[in-house]
Design a protein around this ligand. Structure first.
Ligand SMILES: [Zn+2]
Length: 444
């Protein structure tokens, strides 16, 4: 979700920090009424109601009763939707945790009240996984995933020797979501349903697309946040490249020539990252209904990631390749930072376009909720087509940035002029582009 700059993250640290343990201990002292000794073997807790920070239909979060149908082991935060591991470490390719146990107070009316912060975060994160499971079932995505999902909270991730804060990382190798400690004063990521849904989509994209080409998403530090324009280096300073190209920064001909030399795999990895992030942002909005769910936890990202703005026009494949030539001129670290930032910016365009499709359907007379469901389901149906095309050409051809658009439109049940206009305004201008038949067909 959030960009952790640098090429690879991921050294998972050891178990709970001393500070974390102290904090939990003091919670336990304050909340000495804690009564939980919930038995692990029983599922007598399934169907219980919990008091959790939860959004209403307007997205306003307050403590509300939330019924959880599948959390049959609240002491260990486990049920058929997810296993929540607090302060886990990696062992033999798996996440393990010597976790703080769930602690609850049962109110007079039977509601389970988390009695420390770790429990509150873990149960809320679980609750969102259960709701996301229902969301997936409704939209056709549930079959891609292996349930229960593995979610790590308060995960110690080290990047370039420093602990990463304020981030969430889907790790394709572990097939797990890692939420790292949150140090800002806004909505913690573990409680942010939109961000959890964004990350959830990465599980789906991994299975539907990336697994087919053997790419594990977290290899490339997939989870950045697009930098703000002011922070994004617009003109990398170095002229030497790994490949030995020595470009004159002002020489467009050299850039065009070098763009033609960019390997399809390099370009395609960049484009898939952008598409993955963009579709994930749409998923976050579709689940949460909140156009600024990213900014609620990460205010610095609010402007570049909010979804109620125009998508703009997609770059064509050649323009994208040229942007990668620029990147090759920077040193490796700057290049990676810049590349991730650019991928997020491109991704945001896809997310805004998808939301624009919902608006176009509403303009055609569909109700907003139904329209959102149509686009979300169409997106799921389009993923196999994208996956097949990617398998066929990942190493050999430049994938068109338009590739995902046609199957999306084909899977919408009712395509009229507003949808076609949204598509035409967004798609990259490329030769060989074929309009969906519903938008009058023909090639350009
Ligand atoms: Zn992401």
């Amino acid at each position: 979700m959030k960009r952790s700059s640098g090429k690879v993250l991921k050294t998972l640290g050891k178990f709970a920090s001393r500070g974390g343990q102290v904090a939990l201990t003091s919670f336990a002292l304050v909340l000495s009424l804690t009564v939980a000794s919930c038995s692990r073997e029983s599922d007598r807790f399934a169907g219980d109601t919990y008091r959790l920070p939860w959004p209403d239909s307007e997205g306003q979060i307050a403590l509300r009763p939330v019924q959880l149908k599948t959390l049959n082991d609240p002491e260990n935060f486990e049920g058929s939707a997810a296993r929540i591991l607090v302060e886990p470490a990696e062992s033999s390719g798996r996440l393990i945790a010597e976790k703080p146990r769930g602690r609850y107070i049962r109110s007079g009316s039977g509601t389970m009240i988390p009695s420390n912060y770790a429990t509150l975060q873990a149960v809320t994160a679980y609750a969102h996984q259960e709701k996301l499971q229902s969301f997936d079932e409704k939209n056709g995505a549930a079959t891609y995933l292996k349930w229960p999902l593995t979610i790590g909270l308060q995960v110690k991730v080290v990047d370039r020797g420093a602990i990463v804060n304020n981030n969430a990382i889907y790790d394709g190798k572990l097939d797990a979501l890692l939420v790292v400690p949150y140090s800002l004063s806004d909505l913690p990521i573990a409680l942010n349903g939109g961000i959890l849904a964004h990350e959830h989509f990465h599980f789906i994209f991994q299975k539907a697309v990336l697994d087919r080409i053997g790419v594990q998403q977290s290899q490339g530090c997939q989870h950045g946040i697009a930098q703000t324009e002011a922070e994004t280096p617009s003109a990398p300073q170095e002229t030497e490249t790994e490949t030995g190209l020595d470009l004159d920064l002002g020489d467009e001909e050299s850039i065009a020539r070098a763009a033609d030399e960019i390997a399809p795999g390099v370009y395609n990895a960049f484009l898939l990252r952008a598409i993955n992030e963009g579709l994930a942002d749409f998923w976050g909005w579709s689940y949460s209904g909140d156009v600024e769910f990213v900014g609620r936890s990460l205010p610095s990202e609010e402007r570049v990631r909010r979804l109620d703005l125009e998508a703009g026009k997609l770059m064509d494949a050649r323009a994208i390749r040229q942007s990668l030539v620029d990147l090759r001129r920077a040193d490796k670290v700057i290049r990676e930072d810049y590349r991730i930032g650019r991928a997020y910016l491109l991704g945001t365009q896809y997310a805004r376009f998808l939301k624009g499709l919902v608006s176009a359907l509403v303009e055609q007379g569909t109700s907003p909720e139904v329209a959102k469901g149509f686009v979300t389901a169409a997106l799921v149906k389009a993923l196999p087509t994208l996956g097949t095309a990617v398998v066929a050409s990942y190493a050999t051809d430049y994938i068109s940035p338009n590739l995902i658009l046609k199957p999306l439109i084909l899977n919408l049940p009712d395509v009229k002029a507003p949808v076609c206009t949204a598509l035409e305004n967004f798609r990259a201008t490329e030769t060989g582009y074929q309009k969906p038949a519903a938008c009058s067909g023909g090639t350009q």
